[in-house]
Every structure is written in C-alpha cells, then in structure tokens.
Design a protein. Structure first.
Length: 435
C-alpha cells in the first residue's frame, strides 16, 4: 500500500470518527440545549411546510419569533429554506423534525470531509482549520445559522485549492474547467452574503485575496478579470434575493418590525424596556455608559470569545478546565506563527502580502464582533469568528508549497490540537450535555 493511500486512509478514519461524534451529539442531546437552536428550528419548520418566503407582517411568522422579538425569516438568510426542504425529505427516517434539521448540518460537514479527501495531498493543508477546534464540530452538530455559511466558505477554499494556477487569463467558456470553478465561487460567495451578515468581511477579504494572487503571479489584469467574474455573479445573486425581499415587503408598514418586537420579545428585550432603561444588561452596552475598552477590562470579551472558539457547550454553561484553553492557545499561536513565517520566507512576492492581508481581515472580523457586542448585544461567542478559519484556508491553499515546508512542525501541532479537541468534545461536551 502506497504512502499516499495510507495517509488518505488515516484522514478518512479521522473524518469518520469526527462525524460519529457529531451524530452522537445530535441524537443524544436534548432539544434546545444549544445556543438559540429553538429559534433556528422554528424558522426552518416554516419551510418544512411552505415553499414561499413570508413578508414581515405574515401571520404565519407568529411561532418563529425569538426572545428579541425578531424572526430569522425577516432577514435575507437562505439556509432555512434549504434546511427545511432537506428535513422534509429525511423526516420519515429521522422521526423528529429537529433531528432532521440537525442532520442537515451534519450532512454539510460530511460533504466538506469528502472535499478534503478529494484534495491532492499537497493541498490538504488548506482544510487544517476544520480539524483543530471542537467548537466547529459542535456548531455542525445542532441546527443553527452559522454552519451553512461556514460550509460555503470552505467550499470556496476547496475551489481555491483546485485552481492551478489560480491567476491566468481565462477564456470565459463553460468548457474551461477553471472558468467553471470561478463561476461556482461566485455562486458560493453570493450565497454567503445572503446567509449571515458577519460573513460580509469574508466577502471583502475575497476581493483582497484576488489582489494577493495577482501580485504573486505578477498578473493583476488576470486577477482583476477573475475577481470581476466572481463578484458580478455574487452581486447578481445577492441583488436578486434582496430585491425579492423588498418586493415581498413593499406593502408592509415601516413600524411593523418594532411592533413585532414589542409584541413577541421577552419583557426586558422589548423596545419599550430599552427606551425606559430597564432592558437586559447585555443590550446596547455603549448606550448604557460602557466604554469600548471596558469590553475587555470589565467583561473580558477576549477571554470568553477565545474559550467559545475552542470548546464551550450548551448555553455557554459547559466548558473544559481552564488549563485546556491555555494549552490550546499555546498550540494555536505556535501553529499560526510557523505558517506565517513559512509564507513570508518561501511564499515569494505575494507571501508577505498574503500574511498581512489575512491579519488585517482577521482583525476586522474580531472588531466586527466586538462592535456588535458593544453597540447591540453582548455575545462573546467564537462562532462569530469562524470566517477567520476560511480566510486562513484560502491563504494556505494559495501558498500550499510554502506552507508544506513546515509540515515537520505544523503537523504535530495540528494533531495535538485535534487530539485535545476530541477530548473536549467527548469528555466535556458529550459527557455533560443535557439529554
């Protein structure tokens, strides 16, 4: 048996093991013991029954409002349509609609594992972010609005890894394989932009990524052409969904969202409570007098966001011993440092620029999350930082030859993080999740 086949067999067994853990979490955990799952399920239940998208004043929305008095169906998110139709197909097998919806997310992760195994060995490093945190496995183990855009971005990572070379003057013909991949990237990016607002930074990163590729290949003209194809298609898809939403709500009175929030929100989340200053402590903290630095000095946003990026379960109730997060941090920063150094030293003209672009957009992703916590709702949750993983994946895909030079160092680090992630998922998450 060849060495390559043995590696793929080992990776395949690891993928199957992770999927088995996710199935155990999905089938063994009680309904609504995961962050906001009930609100997401109620939104998807609408599409198990109906095909049409509702307006904001549609009476069929009554059972889809969250504690905030907001329905996910009021937004552009497309995931609930796909999940609802998937669930309606497998409902006879799953038995319960919430299980069918959870299996939608597990199915998406299984697709990512197939894509990972299909990558050439020298490009597999691009999917490393999928294996170094149990939080990502956890998000794909129950139904929510974060798994789908994460899936879409890693599909883009896959396409980036398959574009070889990534910047060439492509004839725009459906017979050209790289052209088809660019068109697929455009469709995926459009779906990302109508799936989750915190992934808008990823869209901006993608534009900068094409610039990095053009710089590295010394062909900015071809890079601009390729970017134009991707972003034109993404804009058409986003515009179509946005226009459809505007059309649906063309006769809805402007005050309807506020009225819905006042009617359906929890008492201390109602607009009237916010006006009276009696709202929940985590809402509009800036308006309550909290300064931006106090997010970190008083509320330790950075600590909780890191922990919830690497294994916190239930409604932020189940977490590992603190030393676990400390060593995950040590491993993460060492892994990132080694990869960044490799790109700078061996990535050619675009390597250093690529690292700088990644750092800028990773910082913007973090800032976006802190801004939301400060001005809207305090949520120090790692799932809002998931776009960073896909950004890293795209850079690793583009500069795989340079990144692979570090394998004697980075492979043991990644395997150590994976082993610790398995510990967290099995002996922390699964062991204590309510059943």
């Amino acid at each position: 048996m060849s060495r390559s086949l043995l590696k793929n067999l080992a990776f395949g067994l690891l993928a199957v093991g992770i999927l088995a853990m996710m199935v155990a979490m999905a089938t063994g955990s009680r309904l609504n013991v995961h962050p906001d799952e009930m609100d997401h399920i109620n939104a998807a239940r609408y599409f198990i029954k109906y095909w049409d998208f509702p307006a904001m004043d549609d009476p069929r929305l009554t059972h889809t409002f969250s504690n905030y008095g907001i329905s996910y169906l009021q937004q552009l998110d497309i995931v609930y349509f796909f999940a609802g139709k998937f669930a309606s197909l497998i409902l006879p097998l799953a038995g319960q609609d919430y299980l069918a919806l959870r299996f939608f997310d597990i199915f998406l992760f299984a697709v990512l594992m197939v894509l990972f195994l299909r990558l050439p060995d020298d490009r597999k490093i691009a999917f490393v972010p999928l294996f170094i945190t149990p939080q990502l496995w956890y998000v794909f183990s129950y139904f929510n609005g974060d798994a789908f855009p994460t899936f879409l971005t890693f599909c883009m990572v896959y396409l980036t890894a398959r574009l070889d070379p990534p910047v060439t003057p492509l004839p725009l013909s459906p017979k050209n394989q790289d052209t088809r991949r660019l068109l697929c990237m455009g469709l995926l990016l459009g779906l990302v932009c109508i799936s989750k607002q915190n992934f808008y930074v990823f869209a901006a990163f993608t534009l900068a990524f094409f610039g990095v590729c053009g710089l590295h290949a010394r062909n900015m003209g071809a890079a601009s052409k390729n970017a134009a194809v991707v972003f034109l298609l993404a804009a058409v898809l986003f515009g179509a969904r946005w226009g459809h939403n505007v059309f649906l709500n063309r006769t809805v009175r402007p005050e309807v969202p506020t009225q819905n929030a006042e009617k359906y929100a929890r008492e201390d989340y109602k607009p009237s409570a916010q006006e009276a200053g009696t709202q929940f402590w985590g809402l509009r903290m800036r308006d309550q007098g909290l300064s931006y630095p106090q997010l970190f000095t008083v509320w330790t946003w950075h600590i909780w966001s890191f922990r919830t990026s690497f294994g916190v379960y239930d409604y932020m109730k189940i977490y590992a011993p603190y030393i676990y997060y400390r060593y995950m941090g040590y491993l993460l920063w060492t892994l990132m440092g080694a990869l960044a150094l490799a790109l700078v030293m061996h990535g050619g003209r675009g390597g250093t620029t690529g690292v700088l672009v990644f750092l800028v957009f990773a910082a913007l992703t973090v800032f976006q999350s802190t801004w939301h916590s400060w001005t809207s709702d305090f949520q120090a949750q790692g799932r809002y930082l998931f776009p960073i993983g896909a950004m890293a994946g795209m850079m690793l895909a583009r500069f795989a030859p340079a990144a692979n030079r570090t394998l004697p160092v980075t492979l043991p680090l990644a395997l150590a993080m994976c082993a610790m992630s398995i510990y967290s998922f099995l002996w922390v998450g699964l062991a204590h999740i309510p059943r």
